[in-house]
Design a protein around this ligand. Structure first.
Ligand SMILES: [Zn+2]
Length: 369
């Protein structure tokens, strides 16, 4: 048993049932946070358009105060401000074109509190009071509340609180690594990844499956006045399906990650620039978003870490698809459409992604030694 501890963050989520009056008060808070976001985002957008440096924009944003009378709102504003500053940094680095404003009718709105009171059936928020809460489960030992985020799903009018806890956990002991139990994963658009034994993970693509239904809901909503009851009804259905897709994907990813962790000592993956891929070829975006590969790798890393195992990230510069995994000969750039590659040196014919996964596994394993 190791004696070292580390801090990990856990989110505990509960449904909230605010009264009509409390809903109005919460709406004012969401408005405040959105208003602050838009003000600062506007400063950043204009600053970049005028060719100002990041430091200048940062100064402008930091000196532009949003007036609020209540002290407890300041934490939410500071969170928003640092969020805008991160986006402004991306903007200056040309990773994004502009910061998009938050519209009041967007699907999810939130407000962040530093401290809240919590009991079995209630959440106590400063200035709003006691809100009914459901699905309470006690916090783990050695947990400390970092912040609380009140969220609303605007169409569904579903309220929730996410309590983010810092939990002290013992660090898992490092596990020995055997070569035959190291696996390499190569990202693929169809099915998420292929392993070095040539198996496809077979991710079903939940969003793609639900796409037609989602489109139907949105088209049905378009027939009515925006904001009307019947418009809302169809938007609520779409929102519910969206949430369902997110849950399905998360569930699938966790199951898959636990399975991989159980069967292997270490996992090697390629660090891909998904944002760059989307920018270079927007037609890839729907599948890239549905696969949510970066989120999968994060879950995988977390689960492996908890078990004393490692996720090894191989640099994207490594030409995993240009080397023969049998003899190590350099084959040069392969056209994207080609499914199989044949090595002129050793004569092996192998699936392109299977070959890449084998290379990633070997490269990652060499990094371990
Ligand atoms: Zn070869």
């Amino acid at each position: 048993m190791s004696s070292k501890f580390e801090t990990v963050f856990r989110t505990y989520s509960y449904r909230l049932y605010p009264t009509k009056m409390q809903q109005l008060e919460l709406k004012a808070l969401f408005d405040l946070q959105d208003h602050a976001f838009n003000d600062w985002a506007d400063l950043a957008n204009r600053g970049v358009a005028q060719g100002k440096s990041y430091e200048t924009i940062q100064n402008e944003i930091e000196s532009h105060e949003i007036i609020t009378e209540r002290r407890e709102d300041r934490y939410a504003l500071s969170v928003t401000r640092s969020h805008v500053l991160t986006l402004a940094r991306h903007l200056c680095d040309h990773q994004i074109k502009r910061i998009r404003f938050r519209l009041p009718d967007r699907q999810q709105r939130s407000f962040t509190y530093k401290t809240v009171g919590i009991s079995e059936h209630y959440l106590v928020i400063p200035s709003i009071g006691t809100i009914a809460m459901r699905d309470y489960r006690p916090f783990p030992d050695h947990a400390e509340l970092r912040y609380a985020k009140i969220l609303v799903d605007c169409y569904g009018a579903e309220y929730r609180v996410d309590l983010v806890l810092a939990v002290l956990l013992p660090i898992a002991e490092e596990q020995p690594v055997h070569y035959e139990k190291v696996v390499g994963l190569d990202y693929t658009q169809n099915g998420l990844y292929v392993t070095n034994t040539g198996e496809n993970a077979g991710y079903p693509g939940y969003r793609r499956i639900a796409q037609e239904q989602l489109r139907r809901y949105h088209r049905a909503a378009e027939r009515f006045h925006t904001g009307s009851n019947r418009w809302r009804k169809h938007k609520q259905r779409a929102a519910k399906l969206e949430r369902h897709i997110v849950h399905q994907r998360r569930n699938w990813q966790y199951q898959q990650a636990h399975k991989l962790c159980k069967e292997h000592d270490a996992i090697c993956v390629e660090t891909l620039d998904f944002a760059g891929m989307k920018q270079a070829n927007p037609s890839l975006s729907p599948k890239l978003n549905d696969n949510a590969c970066a989120a999968f790798f994060r879950k995988l890393e977390q689960i492996l870490h908890q078990n004393g195992k490692k996720l090894i990230r191989v640099d994207a510069q490594f030409p995993s698809s240009q080397i023969c995994s049998c003899c190590g000969a350099y084959l040069g750039k392969q056209p994207l459409g080609k499914e199989y590659i044949t090595c002129p040196h050793c004569g092996v014919t192998i699936r392109r992604d299977h070959n890449a996964a084998r290379n990633i596994r070997d490269k990652g394993f060499r990094r371990l030694e």
